[in-house]
Write a protein that binds this ligand. Structure first.
Ligand code: CMP
Length: 140
């Protein structure tokens, strides 16, 4: 079934010059990028994006990291896009992610893991509404 999902290239991925390589992998798979935006997230919007992690021990560090520099947000469309993008991204912990996945090839950290991908169609719609809201972008 054709779905859409959200992929975010996190501040570490942008700083390390991985935007092109990550988007290349998405397109090479046959998925379509239908919206693309570079922005620096406000603290409030980073907290909304990660609302399900509020209260966890890593929450503050995650929010500081996600607001530490620009991100790239992409809406991705294609057959079974939510699961397919998660397979391309790999597991959260870069140290455990298999080679061939984005995190497996480019991350060595559980927090600074280069990308985020929505984990369900419902979360994708919620997260797209947060990051593509013009009010979520702050000046550098
Ligand atoms: P992401 O897939 O964007 O979803 C939540 C994020 O929180 C995760 O990637 C990591 O960046 C971060 N995260 C998850 N678990 C931990 C942890 N144990 N320590 C630090 N950061 C974490």
């Amino acid at each position: 079934m054709v779905e859409r999902t959200l992929l975010i290239i996190k501040p570490d991925g942008v700083r390390r010059g991985l935007i092109g390589e990550i988007l290349r992998r998405i397109e090479a798979k046959g998925l379509r990028i239908t919206k693309l935006k570079m922005l620096k997230l406000s603290r409030e919007c980073a907290e909304q994006l990660y609302d399900i992690h509020r209260g966890k021990p890593f929450f503050e560090g995650l929010i500081s990291f996600m607001t530490s520099g620009p991100i790239v947000a992409a809406v991705i469309e294609g057959d079974d896009a939510v699961n397919v993008v998660r397979l391309l991204v790999g597991p959260t912990d870069g140290r455990k992610a298999p080679p061939g996945t984005i995190r497996g090839d480019y991350a060595l950290s559980i927090r600074e893991n280069v990308v985020h991908a929505a984990d369900s169609p419902e979360r994708a719609e919620y997260e797209i509404s947060v990051v593509f809201d013009i009010k979520c972008s702050v000046e550098e």
